[in-house]
Design a protein around this ligand. Structure first.
Ligand code: GAL
Length: 678
């Protein structure tokens, strides 16, 4: 009996220990600050354990926290839970260390691709919000902070007290679905000559003609052209075609380039008529890189880099000066001070620019073209002189200086609509963004400048900038515009680029040769609006950006520091097969014709009957699928499938029966061309 009692006691003890053990296993807390955060991505700096981004105590609206993660929007942490967690809890908000700035951010918790919780947009000084989310059955948890819609400047954000309750797990693995290491896809150009020009070029009768034959291959190279229309000649050394065509018409010219390795030929259709910019503009603009710090010297250096980097051999042509080339209404910077106009009312350049004609000639001598910026209001967006009341004179001045391009930016025109104090535009010191209201009011300032530009004795590409107000894509062409921005300013974040891309769809039917929808400049390379840094877009996001802008037939305007072009950026900018999609003479803008979850499939019909197709993965997981719904893409029969980034054929398929296997990186793209097999 005694021994039986003893045995029962031992069994009981064992059971109690076991129970305690499993109770212990059931009630684990895993703190996010204990996990491997090396896979976490963020817009600036590195994730900070138990501290704010700047290394201070985590503080949200005065409330202090001992634990948590300080990060910076856009940020992403992916945690593999494998169904072993029960809840996620945190207090979230913007850290007090950025007081005085205007950060805005949104905290988002995703489970297996579904949004489980969102904070809504939070601002500085807002109390920490409590997040408590059930994770029953969730395999993959994603903690995301997005930029809140105003760019990610000073978005120092905290996941305070962030922890996961588990059913026994004591830690979790983290991982990053978006590749961080740049990888190069564009093969180097061959040593033999290859002519990379667009197939068509538009000029008006009597306008000075300037077209540089872009060709890759070893130098020295000799250029020639047969069937050049009367009035044109080609420089054999540089490949620059100049002169003037007086008679309207279509001229088919054969371009030739020869070097020690061989000879290349390509047909160029010159359309001499009313239309210019028959393919989207390709060039560089100073804004995304220098912003208010631009100077003639920096512009010259960008132009030199365009030549020295070899970009000129791929068709990159325009060097565009944005805001801040003339005097400012009230800047403290001495180099921006001075009379806005001379005694005859002619616009003055500021001290940093001085002799504009000299700069224009310098750029032209390199075989490039050059662009300038102004506003229909009294002030530019940055507060420099605008063209209001001087439109005719300014168009003439820009033309006399020799400019080939004008970006005309709405900004303070809202003041004109609002009514000017004492009828004196120069008394207006603040910007009014009144968007124009009535259609005629919105169109008027662009119509005025459009007409004056058209009167000039040279072709000036007219780039309208008013951020897509009043459905500009529907009427931009009728006021003489060659392109028009469809959205607000771009920044180098996934949110900005993907948001603009999704929004761009609406304008597609209006894209055509000479009339381009402009989703704003490229944010690859070193960008930064006066203080540059490598683009915050991940490599796959940059491939997607460049692929979509090509599919969209968007103006391709490089926004980076041209003296800091790295191999990865050059690889993005020198893929002639990708550029050819952008420059296709049909001028069609791709639209998304088929969606499978986060996979958006864009199709652009090309002049030769083939189709460029972008399989674009907007999601956070690699997509591995066998695709066979070709009828949705308007593709059938036997097709050769070419990977344009890799410049190689990857499949030959019969659409009725074959699958195409696709592996699309997260936030990445496969850009293919489908051609009817012969
Ligand atoms: C913005 C425009 C930018 C840049 C800037 C100059 O309105 O969208 O691209 O030109 O003005 O101040």
């Amino acid at each position: 009996m005694r021994s039986k009692t003893k045995l029962a006691f031992i069994i009981l003890l064992f059971a109690v220990f076991n129970l305690m053990g499993s109770l212990h296993l059931m009630a684990q807390t895993v703190w996010v600050d204990e996990l491997d955060l090396s896979t976490m991505t963020q817009g600036y700096g590195v994730p900070s354990k138990n501290k704010s981004l700047d290394g201070n105590i985590l503080t949200i609206a005065g409330e202090k926290f001992d634990r948590g993660v300080g990060t910076h929007a856009e940020s992403l942490l992916t945690i593999l839970l494998n169904g072993k967690a029960t809840t996620f809890n945190a207090r979230v908000g913007i850290d007090d260390e950025v007081k005085g700035q205007q950060p805005a951010a949104e905290f988002i918790v995703m489970g297996d691709g579904e949004k489980l919780w969102s904070s809504g947009i939070m601002r500085i000084g807002e109390k920490a919000k409590s997040c408590s989310v059930s994770l029953a059955g969730v395999q993959k948890l994603q903690l995301i902070v997005s930029d809140g819609g105003n760019g990610n400047y000073y978005d120092h954000v905290n996941w305070a007290n962030a922890r996961i309750e588990t059913k026994g797990a004591t830690t979790f693995e983290t991982y990053n679905p978006i590749v961080s290491e740049p990888y190069i896809l564009t093969p180097p150009p061959p040593a033999e000559p290859r002519i990379n020009s667009a197939k068509v070029f538009g000029v008006r009768p009597g306008s000075p003609f300037q077209f540089k034959v872009p060709a890759t291959g070893v130098r020295p190279m000799k250029f020639s052209a047969s069937n050049l229309p009367k009035g044109l000649e080609i420089d054999k050394e540089s490949g620059l075609i100049t002169g003037k065509i007086n008679t309207k018409g279509t001229y088919i010219v054969t371009l030739k380039a020869k070097n020690a390795k061989g000879e290349a030929k390509k047909e160029l259709r010159i359309e001499c008529g009313d239309k210019i910019a028959l393919t989207p503009q390709m060039g560089w603009n100073s804004w995304n890189c220098f912003a208010q710090e631009v100077s003639a010297d920096k512009v010259k250096r960008a132009a030199n880099a365009m030549v020295e980097s070899g970009l000129i051999n791929h068709g990159w042509t325009y060097i565009n000066i944005d805001d801040f080339w003339n005097n400012h209404r009230d800047s403290d910077d001495p180099s921006l001070q001075g009379e806005l106009r001379d005694a005859d009312g002619r616009m003055n350049t500021n001290e940093r620019f001085g002799d504009m004609k000299e700069l224009v000639d310098y750029v032209h001598d390199l075989g490039l073209k050059i662009g300038l910026y102004s506003s229909p209001g009294p002030w530019s967006c940055g507060g420099c002189a605008g063209s209001f009341g001087h439109e005719e004179q300014d168009a003439k001045t820009f033309s006399e200086w020799g400019f080939d391009y004008l970006k005309y930016d709405w900004c303070s025109y809202g003041n004109v609509i609002d009514g000017l104090p004492d009828n004196d535009p120069y008394k207006v010191s603040s910007l009014s963004y009144n968007g124009g209201g009535e259609l005629e009011t919105a169109k008027k300032p662009f119509e005025i400048m459009g007409e004056y530009l058209r009167e000039q004795p040279r072709d000036i590409v007219y780039s309208i900038c008013q951020y897509g107000m009043s459905d500009v894509w529907k009427w931009g062409g009728s006021v003489g515009g060659n392109s028009w921005r469809t959205t607000n300013d771009i920044t180098d974040t996934w949110k900005s680029v993907s948001g603009i891309a999704l929004d761009h769809e609406k304008s597609a039917p209006w894209s055509k040769p000479g009339n381009w929808n402009d989703p704003d400049m490229l944010v690859i390379g070193h960008v930064g609006w006066g203080n540059t840094h490598p683009s915050k877009l991940k490599p796959d996001e940059q491939y997607l950006h460049m692929s979509l802008w090509s599919l969209f037939a968007a103006p391709l305007l490089i926004g980076c520091d041209m003296e800091k072009l790295d191999d990865f950026t050059l690889n993005l900018l020198t893929n002639d097969e990708v550029i050819a999609v952008n420059q296709d003479p049909l001028g069609q803008q791709a639209t998304c014709v088929h969606t499978i979850g986060d996979l958006r499939i864009y199709v652009k019909e090309l002049e030769d009957g083939s189709r460029a197709v972008g399989f674009c993965n907007f999601g956070l997981d690699i997509l591995d699928i066998a695709y066979n719904e070709f009828n949705k893409l308007g593709i059938d029969g036997e097709q050769t499938v070419r990977d344009l980034w890799r410049q190689k054929d990857v499949a030959n398929i019969k659409t009725a029966k074959d699958d195409l296997s696709l592996k699309v990186p997260a936030h990445g793209v496969l850009l293919y061309k489908f051609t009817q097999a012969r």
